[in-house]
Design a protein around this ligand. Structure first.
Ligand code: 9Z3
Length: 382
């Protein structure tokens, strides 16, 4: 069996087994209208996925497995795509960060701290006026030009249904489309037919039977109590990148992310993903340094590191810039690497004062332009 047929089988098995989310129709109606309008005008459109995906353990969900992602990468990238003229479909985990409003949410400070009362009216505090005016103008412009469509999901299954439907709707965009897959997608899940209906009981006196929500007891529920322990026996989520590349969006530029924590694996695993799925670009990042450096792995440019310049690596509370450079095997040889190694000494934590996405998105735009050119000349010569 070829890779493609097994990916197709895994896809059809997944989507037959896992029912679509209730709001899928609403999302696809909005997406169809948005895509048609921008396709007619010859615009470039990017689907940005953002935030974590949950894995529910019960049908009436009380407990679920989640991951760390706040949606910073996705929300920030969406802003830079918009700034570079793209129309953006922002498919994000509900309540994760949103473009523009991210500047005032999920903060250590409440948005109310940016306000004050003046003559019985609420106004923005003097010290925040300039920044808020800039953000507000950008946001208002994007809304006026109808260039941002916000869609949401919560679970891994909702994410995959939305991704598949929107991808198929994006086909008429041809090479003008980009998929920028920044969402942190769970590798494991509880299939619907192995999920209990009600809240899993911890008290042994109230333990449920071994029936799944659909009444089937041939396989034990994937999440259940045994004695005092909670057993969670997850199944792998099929790898959908193959299907996206070969079937759902064959002409689009596809950018996937690879997240690792072990620096020695990052480049190898990013290259492995590029080879396996034969798409355009893998952006590798480490959990601890993801705001300071990423590695681009592509057929066009090979391996290329993008780093926030040392001078812009200011201190603050999240991340570990001291690890910057560790995943780069060539680092020891060049000057930039010397700098990044130097930063390992003494600076325990920090936050860059420029957003790395402001460096990432222009790079992607120029790769996209090359790919569009290639598609055009290819079409002309054939
Ligand atoms: C990423 O690697 C993103 O950059 C982060 C962003 C999730 C690290 P934050 O939301 O974090 O800004 O806090 N996303 C992709 C992770 C992922 O699930 N990749 C899959 C994999 O590694 C392949 S598509 O197998």
């Amino acid at each position: 069996m070829t890779d493609t047929t097994s990916a197709q089988q895994a896809e059809s098995h997944y989507f037959t087994r896992e029912p679509p989310p209730k709001d899928l129709k609403t999302n696809t109606t909005l997406a169809r209208e948005f895509i048609t309008r921008h396709a007619d005008q010859g615009h470039r459109v990017v689907l940005v996925t953002s935030g974590g995906t949950t894995v529910p353990l019960e049908t009436q969900t009380v407990r679920y497995i989640d991951n760390f992602s706040a949606g910073t990468r996705g929300a920030t990238s969406a802003e830079y795509f918009l700034e570079n003229g793209y129309a953006v479909i922002f498919l994000h985990r509900q309540f994760s960060l949103l473009p523009y409003s991210r500047h005032y949410s999920h903060n250590t400070r409440s948005f109310l701290d940016f306000m004050k009362e003046e003559n019985g009216k609420v106004v923005v505090d003097e010290q925040h006026q300039d920044q808020m005016l800039t953000v507000l103008r950008q946001y208002t412009r994007v809304k006026r030009e109808n260039r941002l469509l916000i869609l949401s999901y919560v679970t891994i299954t909702e994410y995959l249904w939305n991704l598949r439907e929107v991808a198929q709707l994006m086909r008429p965009l041809g090479p003008n489309a980009i998929f920028y897959l920044a969402a942190a997608v769970s590798d494991f899940f509880v299939p619907q037919d192995r999920m209990v209906e009600h809240k899993i009981q911890s008290n042994e006196e109230f333990h449920q039977g071994t029936d799944n929500a659909d009444g089937d007891s041939t396989k034990p529920p994937a999440a259940r109590t045994e004695g005092k322990s909670l057993i969670i026996d997850l199944e792998p989520v099929p790898k959908f990148l193959k299907q996206l590349v070969d079937g759902w969006a064959p002409e689009a530029m596809i950018v996937s992310f690879k997240l690792e924590t072990d620096p020695s694996l990052l480049v190898t695993k990013s290259k492995y993903a590029l080879n396996k799925y034969s798409h355009h670009l893998v952006i590798g990042n480490l959990l601890a340094t993801r705001k300071w450096e990423v590695v681009f792995v592509s057929m066009l440019d090979g391996e290329k590191w993008i780093r926030v310049p040392t001078s812009r690596r200011t201190k603050s509370l999240s991340g570990m810039p001291s690890l910057v450079g560790l995943a780069d095997h060539h680092t020891k040889k060049d000057v930039e690497a010397e700098e990044s190694i130097a930063t390992r000494k003494g600076i325990p934590q920090g936050e860059p004062s420029i957003e790395i996405e402001s460096l990432i998105i222009p790079e992607i735009e120029s790769l996209h332009t090359k790919l569009i050119e290639q598609a055009r000349t290819g079409a002309e010569t054939s």
